[in-house]
Design a binder for this molecule. Structure first.
Ligand code: AMP
Length: 302
């Protein structure tokens, strides 16, 4: 079972208290697919401009990511610039240049239309829906979004959410989307908009999953060196969905393990800028950190 992902492929300029990068490889679909590629086959739907460096395409190919749906269009690649203060939990967006995404109308290659697992990574909700419409019989549709789209395309986003089974967004976005300050009440409200499962990303405080009557909480890995949180959310989603695709079972127990696998992958991403932390991991390294997570939060019954 492979995964189809639509999202941004970007050039990011990021500044944190620990350093900065200019026009580095980024984008929601990029982080997602590299993380998921450790577990399953991934096919990408996105667009880049003529200025997109070939070395980035070659790198994605080394991860065996299917790029048949990555279009090159006249114009400039999507660019995002952001900075973080010492509180690395909040990204401050300095610039969002949609560029080639402004006119992108995704036409899925025929081989993509049989996908059963779909991830709608953070991008215009209209594009997310266009992709879903072309898939014959999707089994699970998961999605992400962000404040930019909640503010600028709220009505379109609410339409897309009606098609979504699993939504992964951060804590501030839950409050913004639900218009509700209490997280549990906000989650209930979002679960009435379409998704059956809501995953709330809480930065260095971990993740919360609301799945019907069951609520699960996983910590974030307590790292000594966090350099750049960019892409942590997309990497989380890549680990989460990639693991689920590899075990082909969506029971609550497996969703919990997948949530930890997402957190494992995100913990590698924040240790370096751009894709540095997840470029070349080995499976034993991933497993080792998974087991450290287990020890971190394991406790005995009374
Ligand atoms: P996150 O996992 O939330 O840190 O996502 C960071 C990535 O999202 C960056 O690599 C950006 O290129 C990308 N990004 C930022 N803003 C947007 C947007 N409005 N639409 C799509 N992708 C975005």
């Amino acid at each position: 079972m492979g995964i189809l992902v639509v999202g941004s492929v970007a050039l990011d300029s990021v500044k944190t208290p620990f350093g900065e990068v200019e026009e580095a490889l980024g984008g929601s679909a990029t982080y997602f697919s590299v993380a998921a590629s450790y577990f399953t086959d991934v096919s990408v739907v996105a667009v880049v401009g003529e200025d997109f460096p070939e070395k980035h395409v070659s790198f994605l190919r080394t991860k065996k990511i299917n790029l048949a749906g990555l279009k090159k269009a006249p114009g400039k690649t999507f660019r995002w610039a952001g900075h973080y203060n010492y509180d690395l939990n909040t990204a401050n967006t300095l610039k969002t240049e949609l560029n080639v995404f402004e006119t992108f109308d995704p036409e899925l290659p025929l081989e993509y239309r049989d996908a059963d697992l779909v991830f709608l990574a953070n991008i215009d909700p209209v594009l997310q829906r266009r992709v879903v419409e072309q898939i014959k019989a999707p089994k699970i549709i998961a999605a992400d979004t962000m404040n930019f789209w909640i503010e600028s395309k709220r009505a379109e986003l609410i339409e897309t959410l009606k098609l979504v089974n699993i939504l992964t967004i951060n804590e501030a976005e839950v409050r913004q989307l639900a218009d509700e300050s209490n997280l549990v009440k906000g989650a209930r409200k979002i679960l009435s908009m379409g998704p059956k499962i809501l995953i709330v990303k809480r930065g260095e405080y971990g993740v919360l999953m609301f799945n019907g009557g069951s609520t699960f909480s996983a910590p974030a890995y307590p790292l000594e060196d966090v350099f750049d949180p960019t892409g942590a959310g997309d990497t989380f989603a890549g680990g989460f969905m990639g693991y689920l695709a590899s075990i082909r079972d969506f029971s609550d127990e497996n969703l919990r393990k997948a949530l930890v696998m997402g957190s494992v992958m995100a913990s590698f991403t924040v240790e370096d800028f751009s894709l540095g932390g997840i470029r070349s991991l080995s499976y034993p390294e991933i497993e080792r950190r998974f087991r450290e997570f287990k020890r971190l939060s394991h406790f005995e019954d009374l």
